[in-house]
Ligand binder design. Structure first.
Ligand SMILES: Nc1ncnc2c1ncn2[C@@H]1O[C@H](COP(=O)(O)OP(=O)(O)O)[C@@H](O)[C@H]1O
Ligand SMILES: [Mg+2]
Length: 241
């Protein structure tokens, strides 16, 4: 499908589904699917791997290990900074400096192009996994591998009454919050993994440059995982805005 057509569908779709559908009304009707916000997902959107304020992400039709990320500078929530999404700058910094081949924690971005007419950036990047695809054990394993166990356990993350999904989410928050502590609050001594420490130092020295107007945006949708034969690896997929 042509980029323009995909975008048109996105825009049409957005205007149709801004009202939340009544889930009860459609109960039992398999032809409807919903996203996390209760919007109806249809057609092309069924294949969507994810969306954020600035982007929609689809699997690459030719390569199962790649995705197509379509991004705009100005997000759908109308953020009013001169330039709202900094993924373009972040991606350029990574590719210009070959960071993904130097450090496993950066996303591998292979191609970028720009559709001027529609103001859409198109990235071909590796397909990553959300935290929901990992087990609680894997997430806890990563939390302990990357961060100082004593320091992360100082905060209370769990409630005995929480269900499994909530616990899993909290494990991810444990990872992303710790990362936020490291980067935003400069607590680099929380990291015990040398590769992650290198990545954190690279990012923070770039963020601190006066020429950059980057801020951190570290949460469970912006940190993803790469599945490898030596276990999952945390990837700083979309941590700047
Ligand atoms: N490389 C990827 N592989 C698989 N899914 C992705 C990938 N990048 C992003 N996604 C999904 O799309 C969502 C939105 O992408 P993100 O990079 O956070 O963009 P933004 O928040 O700027 O719109 C993510 O939360 C994730 O679910
Ligand atoms: Mg995001």
């Amino acid at each position: 499908m042509k980029l323009k057509q995909i975008i048109k569908e996105q825009i049409d779709h957005r205007s149709i589904t801004t009202r939340k559908p009544d889930r009860e009304l459609y109960k039992g009707d398999d032809s409807f699917e919903y996203d996390d916000d209760g919007n109806i997902i249809s057609g092309q959107d069924k294949e969507r791997l994810g969306k954020g304020s600035f982007s929609v992400v689809y699997p690459d039709k030719e390569d199962p290990h790649m995705v197509k990320k379509l991004g705009r500078d100005v997000g759908n929530k109308g953020f009013n900074r001169k330039k709202s999404d900094f993924f373009l700058e972040y991606a350029k910094w990574i590719t210009d400096n070959n960071l993904a081949s130097k450090n496993i924690h950066f996303p591998r971005i292979y191609e970028t192009s720009y559709d001027e007419e529609n103001d859409i950036h198109d990235y071909k990047m590796e397909r990553l996994q959300p935290y929901t695809s990992l087990s609680s054990e894997a997430l806890w394993g990563l939390a302990k591998k990357y961060f100082d166990r004593e320091l992360i356990l100082k905060k209370k993350w769990f409630n005995e009454r929480d269900d499994q999904d909530t616990n899993k989410f909290n494990l991810q928050v444990m990872i992303t919050d710790s990362l936020d502590d490291v980067l935003t609050y400069k607590k680099l001594d929380m990291i015990r993994d040398s590769e992650l420490l290198k990545a954190a130092k690279l990012v923070s020295s770039e963020v601190n440059k006066p020429s950059r107007t980057w801020r951190y945006d570290i949460h469970s949708d912006n940190v993803m995982y790469r599945l490898t034969s030596v276990g999952p690896q945390l990837v700083l997929s979309d941590i700047i805005y």
